[in-house]
Design a binder for this molecule. Structure first.
Ligand SMILES: [Mg+2]
Length: 340
């Protein structure tokens, strides 16, 4: 039993808050993790014919989350945003490592954080397989490992002119929550309660990603705002796009806001963690089936066009009317990363 007054050493800290959870999980997981915490390195053994998919994401207090943020939600979100990247590639989670800098070894904070973290880890069968702790400004860095059948991971570079652009769930609520917390917009406590989970507790679309392996020509997760992120697909695929602004899926809460706010938050608000993907038109029915199976709305929001200029062409339409360059530039300028 640790005395609360005695400073917690690094070894004790790992043992107490992270090793037990990791061991419990590992005993339940498949044989992919040949060796987890306790050695100098972890060993991963992918199933035959599978490729390893790797992603890293770092969260810094004061930049990616507010000072004093709820540690349980932070634990959940830190892993969820990495799993969201795996989902975007169509990967199945295998395990993750955690590097964490802590200003002090606060046992109540660590207990809540590790509980949140292991709740998500268990939910997605993604055990902790290694990591490091140090003293320093609160920083959480996770590297997640997943796998996908060789050649089946969904990249950003496969979109073709004529493909349609699709989006899971709805967009804009994380940005709306941020606006309410920053008091840029007035929301009642009740309204805030209905949407704040979209910012604090994102759901990684793992099942969707796996089902899209043989359907999507390109995909990514929306972390920095739909249009900003879509541009990565356009760049990598060397194509253009038309996006139907009036078709963007929005929650009832966002639909109560002004037209301008609705458009800006849905098109450019960050932290949504939905999957945006492109697919040939022949897959419309299959996408509809996936949407029903997962009880997850998937909305067609535009189409991929041939590139006409030296850079990718992104054209925005509202009720069939093309936005002028000035209007488009104004909308894109509203891009705003959380806590910038
Ligand atoms: Mg991403």
């Amino acid at each position: 039993m640790h005395s609360e007054s005695k400073p917690l050493g690094e070894f004790d800290l790992i043992q107490r808050f992270f090793k037990t959870g990791a061991d419990q999980m590992r005993s339940n997981s498949d044989q992919t993790i040949a060796l987890g915490i306790g050695d100098d390195c972890a060993l991963l053994k992918p199933a035959p014919g599978e490729e390893i998919v790797i992603t890293s994401d770092m969260l810094v207090e004061g930049r990616h989350f507010f000072m004093g943020a709820n540690p349980a939600l932070l634990g959940r979100k830190a892993l969820a945003v990495n799993l969201s990247d795996l989902a975007a590639m169509g990967a199945k989670p295998l395990g993750f490592t955690l590097a964490i800098a802590l200003p002090k070894a606060d046992t109540a904070w660590l207990e809540a954080f590790s509980k949140g973290l292991f709740d998500i880890a268990n939910q997605y069968s993604c055990p902790l397989i290694g990591g490091d702790t140090t003293a320093g400004p609160l920083t959480i860095s996770i590297t997640a490992f997943g796998s996908a059948p060789s050649g089946k991971a969904i990249r950003r570079s496969g979109a073709k002119a004529g493909d349609e652009i699709w989006l899971s769930g709805s967009v804009g609520d994380a940005r709306l929550t941020l606006a309410a917390l920053r008091q840029e917009i007035n929301l009642s406590d009740n309204e805030l309660k209905q949407i704040e989970h979209r910012m604090h507790d994102p759901v990684p679309r793992i099942e969707l990603g796996i089902k899209l392996r043989s359907i999507a020509s390109a995909a990514l997760d929306i972390s920095d705002g739909l249009l900003g992120d879509l541009k990565h697909i356009l760049n990598q695929s060397q194509v253009g796009a038309e996006v139907f602004l009036d078709q963007l899926p929005k929650s009832a809460s966002l639909q109560k806001q002004s037209e301008t706010i609705q458009k800006q938050f849905a098109a450019c608000g960050g932290d949504d963690y939905e999957i945006c993907f492109t697919a040939p038109t022949e897959h419309r029915d299959a996408i509809d089936v996936i949407s029903k199976e997962l009880h997850l709305p998937i909305t067609r929001i535009g189409r991929i066009t041939a590139n006409t200029g030296p850079t990718e062409t992104l054209q925005l339409l509202n009720n069939g009317n093309l936005l002028s360059n000035t209007e488009t530039a104004k909308l894109l300028k509203s891009f705003d990363h959380f806590a910038k």
